[in-house]
Design a protein around this ligand. Structure first.
Ligand code: DGP
Length: 115
Protein backbone atom coordinates (compact mmCIF):
# COMPACT_ATOMS: atom_id res chain seq x y z
CA UNK A 1 0.00 0.00 0.00
CA UNK A 2 1.55 3.31 -1.08
CA UNK A 3 1.27 6.14 1.38
CA UNK A 4 -0.43 9.34 0.25
CA UNK A 5 1.27 12.67 0.88
CA UNK A 6 0.10 16.27 0.74
CA UNK A 7 0.83 16.17 -3.01
CA UNK A 8 -2.13 13.79 -3.61
CA UNK A 9 -4.40 16.41 -2.06
CA UNK A 10 -2.87 19.09 -4.31
CA UNK A 11 -3.49 16.89 -7.38
CA UNK A 12 -7.15 16.45 -6.36
CA UNK A 13 -7.34 20.22 -5.67
CA UNK A 14 -8.46 19.57 -2.08
CA UNK A 15 -5.96 22.13 -0.79
CA UNK A 16 -4.97 25.38 -2.48
CA UNK A 17 -1.87 25.56 -4.63
CA UNK A 18 -0.76 27.47 -7.71
CA UNK A 19 -1.20 24.79 -10.37
CA UNK A 20 0.43 25.85 -13.64
CA UNK A 21 -0.25 22.66 -15.61
CA UNK A 22 -2.29 19.48 -15.19
CA UNK A 23 -3.28 16.58 -17.40
CA UNK A 24 -4.28 12.93 -16.85
CA UNK A 25 -0.71 11.91 -15.95
CA UNK A 26 1.11 14.83 -14.31
CA UNK A 27 0.49 17.97 -12.25
CA UNK A 28 2.79 20.99 -11.94
CA UNK A 29 2.51 23.67 -9.26
CA UNK A 30 4.65 26.42 -7.72
CA UNK A 31 6.79 25.36 -4.74
CA UNK A 32 5.55 26.78 -1.44
CA UNK A 33 9.10 27.77 -0.50
CA UNK A 34 10.72 28.93 -3.75
CA UNK A 35 14.52 28.70 -4.03
CA UNK A 36 14.62 30.70 -7.29
CA UNK A 37 12.36 33.19 -9.12
CA UNK A 38 10.84 30.21 -10.94
CA UNK A 39 10.46 27.10 -8.76
CA UNK A 40 7.85 24.64 -9.95
CA UNK A 41 7.30 21.02 -8.91
CA UNK A 42 6.27 18.57 -11.63
CA UNK A 43 4.86 15.33 -10.29
CA UNK A 44 3.23 12.17 -11.63
CA UNK A 45 -0.43 11.93 -10.59
CA UNK A 46 0.34 8.31 -9.69
CA UNK A 47 2.14 7.90 -6.36
CA UNK A 48 5.75 6.79 -6.79
CA UNK A 49 7.46 7.49 -3.43
CA UNK A 50 11.09 7.81 -4.57
CA UNK A 51 13.29 7.30 -7.61
CA UNK A 52 14.11 3.87 -6.09
CA UNK A 53 10.47 2.85 -6.63
CA UNK A 54 10.40 3.58 -10.37
CA UNK A 55 9.59 0.54 -12.50
CA UNK A 56 9.73 -0.07 -16.25
CA UNK A 57 5.96 0.56 -16.36
CA UNK A 58 6.64 4.16 -15.32
CA UNK A 59 9.01 5.01 -18.17
CA UNK A 60 6.34 6.68 -20.31
CA UNK A 61 5.07 8.89 -17.50
CA UNK A 62 8.62 9.88 -16.51
CA UNK A 63 9.40 10.84 -20.08
CA UNK A 64 6.24 12.93 -19.98
CA UNK A 65 7.57 14.82 -16.92
CA UNK A 66 10.43 16.08 -19.11
CA UNK A 67 8.12 17.09 -21.98
CA UNK A 68 5.97 19.04 -19.52
CA UNK A 69 9.09 20.60 -17.89
CA UNK A 70 10.22 21.93 -21.26
CA UNK A 71 6.72 23.26 -22.00
CA UNK A 72 6.54 25.06 -18.64
CA UNK A 73 10.06 26.50 -19.01
CA UNK A 74 8.92 28.05 -22.29
CA UNK A 75 5.69 29.28 -20.69
CA UNK A 76 7.73 30.89 -17.87
CA UNK A 77 10.13 32.49 -20.38
CA UNK A 78 13.26 30.72 -19.08
CA UNK A 79 13.81 28.21 -21.90
CA UNK A 80 16.63 30.29 -23.45
CA UNK A 81 18.19 31.64 -20.24
CA UNK A 82 18.25 28.14 -18.79
CA UNK A 83 17.01 26.15 -15.86
CA UNK A 84 17.77 23.15 -13.69
CA UNK A 85 15.75 19.97 -13.16
CA UNK A 86 16.36 18.16 -9.87
CA UNK A 87 14.93 15.03 -8.23
CA UNK A 88 15.96 14.39 -4.64
CA UNK A 89 16.01 10.80 -3.41
CA UNK A 90 15.99 9.97 0.31
CA UNK A 91 17.96 11.41 3.22
CA UNK A 92 21.28 12.60 1.81
CA UNK A 93 19.50 14.50 -0.96
CA UNK A 94 17.08 16.03 1.57
CA UNK A 95 13.89 14.51 0.16
CA UNK A 96 11.00 15.73 2.32
CA UNK A 97 7.91 14.64 0.43
CA UNK A 98 7.73 10.99 -0.55
CA UNK A 99 5.82 11.47 -3.79
CA UNK A 100 8.28 11.65 -6.67
CA UNK A 101 8.75 15.21 -7.92
CA UNK A 102 10.93 17.08 -10.36
CA UNK A 103 12.01 20.58 -9.26
CA UNK A 104 12.14 23.06 -12.15
CA UNK A 105 14.33 25.99 -11.07
CA UNK A 106 15.31 29.07 -13.04
CA UNK A 107 15.02 32.80 -13.51
CA UNK A 108 18.52 33.52 -12.15
CA UNK A 109 22.04 32.10 -12.39
CA UNK A 110 21.77 28.97 -10.27
CA UNK A 111 25.49 28.59 -9.58
CA UNK A 112 27.20 25.28 -8.97
CA UNK A 113 25.17 22.10 -8.58
CA UNK A 114 26.71 21.19 -5.21
CA UNK A 115 28.32 23.74 -2.92
P1 DGP B 1 12.06 17.74 -1.58
O1 DGP B 1 13.00 18.30 -0.55
O2 DGP B 1 12.76 17.41 -2.86
O3 DGP B 1 11.21 16.60 -1.05
O4 DGP B 1 11.08 18.94 -1.94
C1 DGP B 1 9.80 19.07 -1.44
C2 DGP B 1 9.32 20.44 -1.87
O5 DGP B 1 7.91 20.47 -1.71
C3 DGP B 1 9.89 21.58 -1.05
O6 DGP B 1 10.66 22.43 -1.91
C4 DGP B 1 8.67 22.32 -0.51
C5 DGP B 1 7.53 21.77 -1.34
N1 DGP B 1 6.28 21.64 -0.63
C6 DGP B 1 6.06 20.92 0.50
N2 DGP B 1 4.78 21.01 0.88
C7 DGP B 1 4.15 21.79 -0.04
C8 DGP B 1 2.81 22.24 -0.20
O7 DGP B 1 1.90 21.94 0.58
N3 DGP B 1 2.55 23.04 -1.28
C9 DGP B 1 3.54 23.38 -2.18
N4 DGP B 1 3.17 24.15 -3.20
N5 DGP B 1 4.79 22.96 -2.07
C10 DGP B 1 5.12 22.19 -1.00
Amino acid sequence: MVQETIFSRIIRREIPSDIVYQDDFVTAFRDISPQAPVHILIIPNKIIPTVNDISEHDEKILGHLFTVAAKIAKQEGIDDSGYRLIMNCNKDAGQEVFHLHMHLLGGKNLGKLVE
